[in-house]
Design a protein. Structure first.
Lengths: 115, 114
């Protein structure tokens, strides 16, 4: 089954403790992206990747890191989480260049709470 | 750069009533347009998309949307809403002649009363 898998679904942590949220897709998609969703603000893009070893900042990249060492994986790293990073996070993927009309496929989300 | 506006933050309808969710975009040429639905506790799922041809597109779950170039709109409709349609709905646009990075509207929360 074609899917985007995020782990964990729920995460509670303390300020400053490094964490990683994993994302994996099995559709051979070139493009992958991370979003955060907050009430009243919709989806805001954190980072995206056009292909392996190619990443770029989205609208709200501060406090986050990503890597794209393999096509299927795109982990989101919070080196020193702060309470303002408490949010619902989504990973998504789609076909890349030349496929503008292909839709995004989303994971089921990771709800992160930073105390 | 393209932008998307969903003017309604919340919409409340009664079960069985018709529904229209508004979406307006800003882009110089004809973009690719998408509607996604987010059910509680779930990720976003594609409802329908438009990229060329017939301006009335059909999607899953009985939804349809109409592209109106003159109004820069891509409104989502359903003739009879079911309680299970209660969800968050997002409109998104992709520039047809450039970056394929989608831009999302802020979403419309649909509340369905029995």
């Amino acid at each position: 089954e074609a899917q985007v898998t995020q782990n964990p679904r729920y995460l509670i942590t303390v300020t400053g403790k490094k964490l990683t949220v994993t994302c994996s897709q099995n559709m051979n998609h070139e493009y992958m992206s991370w979003y955060r969703q907050d009430p009243g603000l919709g989806l805001r893009q954190i980072y995206y990747s056009m292909n392996v070893e190619v990443t770029d900042k989205g609208d709200v990249p501060e406090g986050y890191k990503v890597s794209r060492k393999e096509k299927r994986n795109f982990p989101l790293i919070l080196e020193s989480p702060s309470p303002n990073q408490t949010s619902l996070y989504f990973c998504a993927s789609k076909m890349g260049l030349g496929h503008q009309n292909s839709p995004l496929h989303f994971g089921n989300g990771t709800r992160l709470t930073v105390t | 750069a393209q932008s998307v506006t969903q003017p309604d933050i919340h919409i409340t309808v009664s079960e069985g009533a018709s529904l229209e969710l508004r979406c307006n975009y800003s882009y110089g040429a004809t973009p690719y347009l998408f509607w996604y639905v987010q059910s509680p506790g779930q990720g976003l799922q594609l409802l329908l998309k438009y990229f060329s041809g017939d301006t009335l597109v059909q999607g899953i779950k009985g939804f349809e949307a109409e592209f109106k170039r003159s109004q820069s709109s891509f409104n989502l409709r359903k003739p009879s809403v079911h309680w299970s349609d209660a969800a968050e709905y997002f409109c998104a646009v992709v520039a047809s002649g450039g970056s394929y990075i989608p831009t999302f509207g802020r979403g419309t929360s649909l509340i369905v009363h029995p």
